[in-house]
Design a protein around this ligand. Structure first.
Ligand SMILES: NC(=O)c1ccc[n+]([C@@H]2O[C@H](COP(=O)([O-])OP(=O)(O)OC[C@H]3O[C@@H](n4cnc5c(N)ncnc54)[C@H](OP(=O)(O)O)[C@@H]3O)[C@@H](O)[C@H]2O)c1
Length: 291
């Protein structure tokens, strides 16, 4: 069993740590803000600093918000104190360029970095049913895979460093597009006076629907925007997708307006709702009550 340090005990980090503990691993955790952990995580040894958390560990697993959080975590702490032959797993959804930079910096210290972001949300993390998409060398992936499996439904080695981070952004392009189009569809249906139950019964069975659409429709129609994935994080991802497309010279004519939609939702104070809270904005823009 490995002795692990886990940096970032937020929504996803807590779920992943729960499954590592259940598999018998000893976990030392660090979170920027000290707050009580759920009872199932009471075996986590909570460290006061990242340096304390990672000292002597063979595995350091990071799951923080995005590039703005990774920079202080890595540049001011992990990279300063990292020893040799440590496996660094990073499940942050981030800029692939940053993943490659971190992989090089970790390699310079004689250690190994795997970008390993996830698909799935709060419930999938808690239940150990995440889909991991990984970037790194074959050897690093092979070393990480048994650990990832504790929290995984599936594990995918996409390619070299940054490939996991890129795959995550490709997937989230489809997520933001579906969420936005679903919000427009629900607003239009409500304005047209369609019966909500009849509408979702069709969405439940048709081939243009999806697990995401089926999962979100009923909640949005009853005005339930309780967060599993914060809307403000979706804005971060929309910007990362936009940056990637711009760098590669790929126009995104159908989805380029979605980032500004999320920005408007954050400006309206909806950032701490679920990402589907963008439907609340689309409803009010359509002259409807929030639901
Ligand atoms: N939730 C989902 O459904 C979901 C699904 C797939 C992927 N993801 C990705 O998983 C990652 C984590 O998401 P989450 O939902 O767990 O978010 P979260 O609940 O907001 O947790 C974010 C974590 O990052 C830490 N953090 C933020 N800024 C920091 C900084 N400057 N320095 C150090 N730590 C910092 C937070 O610490 P504090 O507690 O101090 O703020 C917290 O531990 C993100 O990249 C997200 O895009 C999330």
């Amino acid at each position: 069993m490995s002795e692990l340090a886990f940096i970032g005990l937020g929504t996803m980090g807590r779920g992943i740590v729960r499954n590592l503990l259940r598999a018998g691993h000893a976990v030392t955790g660090w979170n920027r803000t000290q707050r009580p952990l759920p009872a199932e995580l009471d075996r986590v040894d909570v460290a006061k600093s990242i340096a304390d958390a990672i000292r002597g560990k063979s595995v350091v697993w990071v799951c923080v918000t995005g590039p703005d959080a990774q920079r202080p975590v890595f540049d001011d702490a992990v990279l300063r104190d990292l020893g040799a032959d440590v496996l660094v797993i990073d499940s942050t959804t981030t800029d692939p360029e940053l993943s490659r930079r971190l992989a090089r910096a970790v390699a310079e210290r004689g250690s190994f970095y795997l970008d390993a972001p996830v698909f799935g949300s709060k419930a999938e993390a808690w239940d150990g049913r995440l889909d991991f998409v990984c970037g790194g060398t074959e050897a690093t992936f092979t070393r990480a895979e048994p650990l990832l499996r504790h929290a995984a439904a599936t594990v995918h080695h996409i390619g070299g460093s940054g490939a996991g981070a890129t795959m995550k952004l490709i997937g989230n392009l489809l997520v933001v597009a579906q969420l936005a189009s679903l919000g427009e569809a629900l607003a239009l249906a409500r304005r047209a006076g369609l019966d909500a139950e009849a509408l979702v019964r069709v969405l439940d069975v048709t081939d243009f629907s999806s697990g995401l659409i089926r999962g979100v429709s009923r909640a949005s129609l009853r005005g339930d925007f309780a967060p599993s994935f914060y809307l403000r994080h979706m804005l971060k991802d929309a910007r990362l997708i936009d940056d990637l497309a711009r760098r590669l010279g790929v126009p995104l004519p159908a989805t380029a307006g979605i980032g500004p939609l999320y920005q408007a939702a954050v400006n309206q104070g909806l950032g701490d709702l679920n990402a589907s809270g963008v439907h609340k904005l689309l409803f009010t823009m359509s002259g409807l009550d929030a639901a």
